[in-house]
Design a protein around this ligand. Structure first.
Ligand code: FAD
Length: 410
């Protein structure tokens, strides 16, 4: 007599849960796989991701290099990325008819520019593999009993299963991670990652919409430093440099209650000495021109004007009349503008939770719990988060894929 089919329950119908369920069904077609989703929709974050376009992954195809994009999880992801990484994700989707395109900054999106393409693919694959898909069914309690798990759903229904995967997403509050805790796990406390900075400086806010390709920002007294593009907004600063710094500093900045000093170097390719030489050449070549009207590349006229005025140089000052002290002040402003950050806003295009299930409690060869046999984890529920660029989905695909395989074989 053949063994009864293995009953596998996936809690959470997001990117990680779907990838795990589909992988599981492909590697053991006889298994009985069910996804329970507490909300009214599957893959709701995929839908809103990347501004509705879904930044599926990144074009960095080197496993070790990829891990460097994870403020939390870098070491744990080395071995998993050697088994399933960004290039495998591209191949996975392309072999299922989803073409991806790479943008200049390395982010990959479906060529349709619509996250619906990714949703259709995942839903189609899951249905074809006969994965049972149940909406509005939260898993409220899970208890390990003998070799199985006893589950209680939000509608009061009870059931048992042999393998249990928690793919419940970021535990923004400890209550959301209660299932993992009740099965013996520890949660690293949750704090937001990928946010923008509130700065009340009027002249900066007046520049909303201005962006720069490469600036260097840093937080004095910490090791936090980033060189990347910057965007000025109505509430302060945003753009890749800010989002990356917020990810690396998620805990430290939370501890400071998002109140800290930020330095911005607008011309990171120059030092004070060669900047002084450049200013001298301006002074020599157009002595009669107003300083505010002669911007230095690559700064826009509006930004240059604001920086000149912020350094205390009067609007009617000509290059020939600029004093040594004024020049010194301008160099200081260009290389180290100082702002007081007074708060944060979540970035609308992508945000994640820093924190989650403690990594040393999970075996990354299988994604199985080291504490509770038969229990697996995938996706943002883990204490793993990446910078922007498709890395957060990548972690969900990879850990989902590994858990999906292991749940049928282990
Ligand atoms: C606005 C926004 C845009 C983003 N854009 C990108 C992007 O373009 N690229 C990128 O790489 N990352 C992006 N991210 C991050 C990315 O969406 C997440 O990292 C990813 O969705 C994590 O997948 P997951 O399956 O682990 O969790 P989720 O997608 O959060 O899915 C978890 C699911 O579990 C369900 N659930 C929770 N508890 C239970 C329970 N007890 N019972 C049943 N179901 C439960 C939840 O309702 C949810 O549907 C974005 C995030 C946001 C918020």
């Amino acid at each position: 007599m053949s063994a009864p089919p293995r009953r596998i329950v996936v809690v959470g119908g997001g990117a990680a849960g779907f990838f795990a369920a589909i992988t599981c069904a492909a590697s053991a077609p006889g298994s009985e796989i069910t996804i329970f989703e507490k909300g009214p929709q599957f893959l709701s974050k995929v839908r809103i991701s990347g501004g509705g376009r879904c930044n599926v992954t990144h074009s960095c195809f080197d496993a070790r290099e990829l891990t460097k994009r994870f403020p939390r999880g870098e070491r744990a992801l080395i071995a998993p990325f050697h088994r399933f990484q960004a290039s495998d994700t591209v191949a996975w989707f392309e072999s299922r008819g989803v073409k991806l395109k790479t943008e200049e900054d390395g982010r990959l999106f479906p060529t349709t520019n619509s996250s619906q393409t990714i949703i259709d693919c995942l839903l189609g694959e899951a249905r074809a593999a006969r994965v049972k898909l149940l909406l509005n069914r939260g898993v409220e309690h899970a208890v390990r009993s003998g070799n199985e798990f006893e589950l209680t759903l939000s509608n009061g229904e009870k059931l048992t299963c042999d393998r249990l995967l928690l793919a419940i997403g970021g535990c923004r509050t400890p209550a959301l991670g209660q299932l993992a805790v009740s099965l013996g796990h520890t949660l690293e406390s949750p704090v937001p990652s990928l946010f923008t900075f509130h700065i009340e400086t009027d002249w900066l806010r007046a520049l909303a919409g201005v962006s720069l390709e490469s600036v260097e920002i840093s937080v004095p007294g910490t090791g936090l430093r980033e060189r990347h593009a910057l965007l000025m907004t109505h509430w302060g600063l945003s753009g890749p440099a800010i989002l990356r710094l917020s990810a690396w500093g998620a805990r430290e900045l939370h501890e400071r209650d998002y109140r800290f000093t930020l330095h911005v170097n607008w011309l990171p390719h120059l030092n004070a000495e060669n900047l002084a030489i450049t200013l001298q050449s301006f002074r020599n070549s157009h002595p009669a021109k107003l300083v505010v009207n002669t911007p230095m590349n690559p700064l826009s006229t509006r930004l240059w004007e604001a920086l000149v005025l912020a350094s205390g140089i009067a609007r009617d000052t000509r290059w020939s009349a600029m004093s040594r002290a004024e020049q010194h002040s301008l160099i200081g402003q260009l290389l180290r503008s100082e702002f007081q950050v007074t708060g944060k806003s979540l970035n609308k295009d992508e945000f994640v939770t820093c924190g989650g299930v403690r990594l040393k409690e999970v075996n990354f060869k299988t994604m199985e719990s080291r504490i509770c046999p038969g229990l697996y984890f995938a996706g943002e529920v883990l204490d793993i988060d990446g910078i922007t660029g498709g890395f957060n989905f990548l972690a969900a695909w990879t850990t989902g894929w590994i858990a999906g395989h292991a749940m049928t074989t282990e």
